[in-house]
Design a protein around this ligand. Structure first.
Ligand code: SER
Length: 378
């Protein structure tokens, strides 16, 4: 199943269950100066999780663009991306655990309307309880009523199963779903499950957060006015699972760009190709959302992404013009979903920044630069 089909199925599934579909918000938060980017689907919805009435009602579904750049050095492994799409269904003071868990399960396993994943390869986790909230017996009972065996349900501490976007705002315990990537993992002890997760033989594919608590200054201060559900399923992860790949770099989302880089690099490295692919995609979306390279805030992150990509391309020994072809590929792929992607606009900003970077390097090249920079000023 192609990624676009997964996105469409997700939205249709929840629309058929009374959810209104809303478009992704911009990557740059509109009313929240505390974060540079929307890093999760819930961020643009915080006021509504806190009780403000949403104009579209209490049941919402969306696919939110997200950017996380806290761990740029991890990019290149199987699961970190600086840009990703988070599919989410939301209850803003409406349904709670029973519906959220049942629908997650149904979407994952139903062949006609959902993804038709193999039930015998699923594992789930629930919150084990602490001073803030009790052991989540209710979620466990719901999972068992759906047929998940008790020995495939693992109770984990807040470190794994409490979700909050930061030190303040809505938060709560969560229940996560994991999938056996190989098909022959079978039953796992809690220790075996932790190990399989670390080795990526089972991977997390969906998170149901039961947002009924509130944090202030890093501490849970009590319950919210309403019980909310925030679910998040990363499109990249789910696509990898559906296409039997270990990573989204090998799926229809990114493999064409990866292959293009491979075909054009004189000094190919899989890890560097992944970084270039990741950074060009993220930069394209940031530029489309109005970010321009600069020395602070969002602009600084964009500058860093472009310069890192240009530098890695030089190490791969790729003609820097390839970046423009890659931008075209991404725009073609995504423009029917994200209409603000404009290839010429993105390429102009990219080229301008690339030239500035090349000039800086060129000027200092003879003094200290130890490697060949393959750019158009060279
Ligand atoms: N907010 C949760 C997450 O990002 C679920 O959407 O994982």
């Amino acid at each position: 199943m192609q990624s676009s089909e997964i996105r469409t199925r997700f939205l249709k599934f929840f629309e058929a269950r009374g959810h209104k579909i809303i478009p992704s918000a911009s990557l740059v938060p509109e009313n929240d100066p505390s974060v540079l980017f929307n890093t999760a689907g819930m961020q643009p919805l915080v006021p509504y999780l806190l009780g403000q009435e949403h104009p579209m009602g209490k049941r919402i579904a969306d696919v939110q663009k997200c950017v996380r750049t806290g761990d740029l050095d991890d990019i290149g492994d199987n699961r970190h991306f600086s840009f990703f799409e988070m599919m989410g269904n939301w209850s803003l003071g409406d349904y709670f655990k029973t519906e959220a868990i049942s629908w997650s399960y149904e979407f994952l396993t139903n062949k006609e309307e959902g993804l038709g994943l193999d039930v015998s390869r699923l594992y789930v986790t629930i919150f084990e309880g602490d001073e803030n909230a009790p052991y989540d017996q209710e979620s466990k009972d719901i999972w068992m009523s759906l047929g998940i065996p008790e020995n495939r349900i693992y109770a984990l501490p807040a470190e794994d199963n409490w979700w909050s976007p930061g030190d303040n705002g809505p938060c709560g315990p969560c229940s996560e779903m994991f999938y056996d990537m190989s098909g022959d993992v079978g039953d796992l002890t809690p220790e075996g499950f932790a190990e399989a997760n670390k080795k990526e033989t089972v991977i997390e594919i969906w998170n149901d957060v039961f947002m009924e608590y509130e944090k202030a200054n890093g501490k849970v201060i009590g319950k919210l006015k309403q019980k909310n559900v925030d679910t998040g399923a990363g499109l990249e992860r789910i696509t990898a699972v559906m296409q039997g790949k270990k990573t989204a770099y090998d799926t229809d989302i990114l493999s064409d760009v990866m292959n293009l880089i491979k075909d054009n690099a004189k000094n190919y490295s899989e890890k560097l190709a992944r970084v270039v692919t990741d950074h060009i995609r993220t930069s394209s979306f940031l530029i489309a959302d109005g970010v321009t390279p600069g020395n602070k805030d969002q602009g600084y992150v964009l500058r860093r992404l472009i310069r890192r990509a240009v530098f890695k391309m030089s190490v791969l020994e790729i003609d820097s013009h390839l970046a423009e072809r890659i931008i075209d590929i991404f725009v073609d792929k995504y423009v029917s979903t994200y209409e603000n992607l404009n290839s010429e606009f993105i390429k102009n900003i990219w080229k301008e920044e690339e030239n500035k970077f090349s000039k800086t390097i060129h000027e200092s090249y003879y003094i200290w630069f130890p490697y060949r920079i393959n750019t158009r000023i060279g």
